[in-house]
Design a protein around this ligand. Structure first.
Ligand code: ATP
Ligand code: MG
Ligand code: MG
Length: 350
């Protein structure tokens, strides 16, 4: 049977591994850190750094296709892997989504709406950008930010100095604050032969920069829902994309504003595990393996809730609800802010 190579051994890699196994594939995880959650379910694990060229080459030779659960894989590792096996989704999606400035520029070129933004290296840039964009605004590192890390909010122009210090010398992007009513995301997929399937948009609530819940259906008019799906398909086609993509959107009276894209399965798509015949993880494996895609239709209303840190204490109680599916990641140590699992509460069959 074919072997799926997955870069990254976190919970997303773990759930991709499970999906691969269900389709009769084997999976091989590449992960620098010790005891990765995905290692408990994968057929094979390589624990090695991304600059270990011999380990990367052996990993690539042992698999049929390389995919990933996070977008920040070093370029040199990707260059090497690609000489051995196809990487799906492809390099262009990674290049664009690894850098917020490149990503926002790409989205604008597609005709999509983003927050006003400007690239920032030093205080001169920041002062000039604040004149254009105004406050409130958010300064974000161009690379490597997640769960709201690497961000500083500027309520007034006087906050500029502290915000720049928070970037720790890293290139950044200043974004105007979007006055949104709520946040939604589209999880969309494109197959090897170019077909596109989208899941119903979910409504996302964050706390302390971390996703807390995703609810389907989202509060959207039929026109907004169509717009969300069409813009996701637009992005997939522009990137000649193969696999699952997450698109985060702000809902405003003026229309949908794209916040960011993630070239992978996405936390806000976990509801699909209990709301769809083919969930986002199976969808991703199907796409990169060249299979036909699932349709994306939803058979239930679902609320997905992340279990973060001490939320794990609630698991026995949650398990008493017969309509709540529990997904735990097998992480040994509970830490504040750490994603330990999630639950999908089925509200109603549709
Ligand atoms: P993720 O874990 O989703 O990758 P991230 O660290 O990349 O998070 P963003 O998604 O850019 O961060 O921002 C986190 C949250 O901060 C957003 O979901 C939104 O609630 C808020 N936010 C970010 N940018 C803006 C903006 N320009 N205007 C208003 N709110 C924003
Ligand atoms: Mg992000
Ligand atoms: Mg985000």
């Amino acid at each position: 049977g074919a072997v799926i190579g997955i870069l990254g051994g976190g919970q997303l890699g773990r759930m991709l591994s499970v999906a691969a196994s269900r389709l009769g594939f084997r999976s091989h995880i590449y992960e620098p850190g010790a005891n990765p959650p995905a290692g408990q379910v994968a057929d094979q694990v390589t624990t090695a750094a991304y600059d270990d060229r011999a380990a990367l080459a052996r990993f690539a030779e042992s698999v049929d296709v390389v995919t990933y659960e996070f977008e920040n894989i070093p370029t040199r590792a990707l260059d090497l892997l690609e000489t051995h096996r196809p990487i799906r989704p492809g390099r262009e999606a990674l290049r664009i989504s690894q850098d917020r400035l490149t990503e926002k520029t790409f989205l604008r070129k597609l005709g999509l709406t983003t927050a006003p933004f400007a690239g920032i290296v030093d205080m001169g840039d920041l002062k000039a950008a604040l004149k254009q964009i105004g406050t409130p605004a958010i300064l974000k590192t161009r690379r490597l930010g997640y769960d709201g890390k690497g961000q500083a909010r500027l309520l007034r122009p006087e906050d500029a100095a502290n915000a720049l210090i928070a970037m720790d010398g890293a290139p950044a992007v200043l974004e105007g604050f979007v006055d949104f009513s709520h946040e939604v995301s589209v999880i969309a997929a494109r197959g090897l032969t170019g077909e596109v399937a989208c899941f119903d948009p979910g409504e996302n609530v964050h706390r302390d920069g971390i996703l807390r819940t995703t609810t389907v259906p989202a509060k959207l008019t039929p026109a907004q829902r169509t717009d969300a799906i069409l813009l996701a398909a637009n992005i997939l086609n522009a990137l000649d994309y193969v696999g699952v993509l997450g698109v985060e959107l702000f809902v405003t009276p003026q229309g949908l504003v794209v916040n960011e894209i993630a070239p992978r399965v996405h936390n806000s798509g976990h509801w699909t595990q209990n709301g769809c015949a083919v969930d986002q993880f199976e969808q991703h494996i199907r796409a990169i393996a060249g299979w036909p895609l699932g349709g994306g239709q939803r058979h239930a209303d679902v609320v997905m809730e992340n279990l973060i840190g001490d939320d794990m204490d609630r698991v026995p109680q949650l398990a008493r609800d017969p309509d709540t599916a529990i997904h735990l990641y097998g992480k040994a140590d509970v830490k504040p802010g750490r994603k330990m699992g999630h639950v999908n509460r089925i509200k109603r069959s549709v």
